[in-house]
Design a protein around this ligand. Sequence first.
Ligand SMILES: Cc1cc2nc3c(=O)[nH]c(=O)nc-3n(C[C@H](O)[C@H](O)[C@H](O)COP(=O)(O)OP(=O)(O)OC[C@H]3O[C@@H](n4cnc5c(N)ncnc54)[C@H](O)[C@@H]3O)c2cc1C
Length: 465
Amino acid sequence: MIKLKREEIQNLVQSELPEISMASDNDSLFNYGKDWIDFYVPDPSIILFPKHNAEVIRIVSFANKFSIPIVPSGGRTGLSGGATATGLEMVVSLKNMSSVIDFNAEDETITVQAGMSTQALQLEAEAKDLYFPIDFASKGTSCIGGNIATNAGGIHVIRYGMIREWVVGLKVITPLGQEMKLNNGLIKNNTGYDLRHLFIGSEGTLGIITEATIKLTRKPRETVVGILGVHDIQNVPKILSLFKKDLVLVAFEFFTNIALNHAIEYGGFSYALTRDHNNYVIFEIENLHEKGIDDLDQVISNLHRLGYIHEDAIAMDPSSINNVWKHRETIPVALTRFQPYKNDISVRTSNIPDLIIEMNLLLNTQYPDFSIVWFGHIGDGNLHVNILKPNTWTPSEFKAACDIVNEKVCQLVEKFEGSVSAEHGIGLIKKPFLRFSKSELEIEFMRSIKKIFDPNSIMNPGKIF
Ligand SMILES: Cc1cc2nc3c(=O)[nH]c(=O)nc-3n(C[C@H](O)[C@H](O)[C@H](O)COP(=O)(O)OP(=O)(O)OC[C@H]3O[C@@H](n4cnc5c(N)ncnc54)[C@H](O)[C@@H]3O)c2cc1C
């Protein structure tokens, strides 16, 4: 699509958009041209840093006039290549748009610019004695716009849902440069199609999200966190059932001993148990009433009696809670140096035991020479299966080998009517596998929607499909 060369685009931008902050040095082009996935070579033409909506509109109008594609960019912590620019696109970073626009105490809503980080929004909520429940290890860097564009999940989905549940209003700039306000912070609004929900999970393909109104909630009462040592992975779903039955679960995470060993090697926390186990669960419960801890004690004793768990450690004060969470949160960061091929699959939780048996069999036969690391938000039916790159393989050889096996992984996910991307999105990396979770008809409708919003195909083209 691009006919212009890099220097021509840079010169055009400088002459047509002189008021907008921009960068074109090699470091910026590299850093803003990619997300956390290392399989693509970043090659944007220029990086733009608008400060307000009017500047975003100017950029999008310019992109249409000269047919230059745009890649909307948040914190670039994405795990699907969605924010990757590989073909001289202009990257539009919202890092200079990170302010609070409005707080409404009565409605318990906050309106922020889309470049605000996830953690900054959590802190804004806390300062108002309220709570924003979307939480995961990249929160310090990921942005609200990126979270909404990927319909982010994280560790609290089991209690609070994905970010979709919390977005009550959006302001977006369409690919034709129109400003559109959606839903106005309303709880109830049945006036036909709710376009807000199309933008949630749109991965930058339908427009640039510039502002979001987020519903906040009351802070959880006291929370208690624990780590459990589990020998048999097949017992994890049974443990989940017992927790769900008797306690208010806020998080229920799983990882294997291989995953934990990578985290321990990376460091930054002290091991909370006394010996090794094959698998681990970290749970968080909200202690809603005085006898909450007694309930937990009973569940834990029951789990020991049934032989489902072999060791437990409970954390109640903030510093031990923080330490226990590090066992799980350090895993994805610790694996980064192995340039892992990431699977982010989900099935209904009732299908997890069967999926685990079949997936284990498949991966052990298909990847005899690769190290496989399992972890994930198992309470939501979501597993991250990471295949680590041996250092003798080049990234492209490794990706090609994994793509072949991934067809089989996706067939298995399709058999369970699951999703090939539970929370990371499709971006570039999962494009070949979208067909395992969406029918041809559904993909055709998605393409048609994209065409209506973006007739000139300038908004993150080539992503999702
Ligand atoms: C260590 C680690 C742990 C993680 N854990 C989780 C987890 O538990 N759960 C989870 O869901 N994700 C997780 N992620 C993935 C990632 O953090 C999320 O997908 C996050 O929501 C991406 O936000 P971002 O601002 O970094 O987006 P980016 O990576 O910058 O962009 C992601 C996509 O959104 C688009 N986009 C960005 N901003 C806008 C905008 N303003 N308007 C329109 N489109 C836009 C981009 O074009 C791209 O397609 C993790 C990542 C890391 C590195």
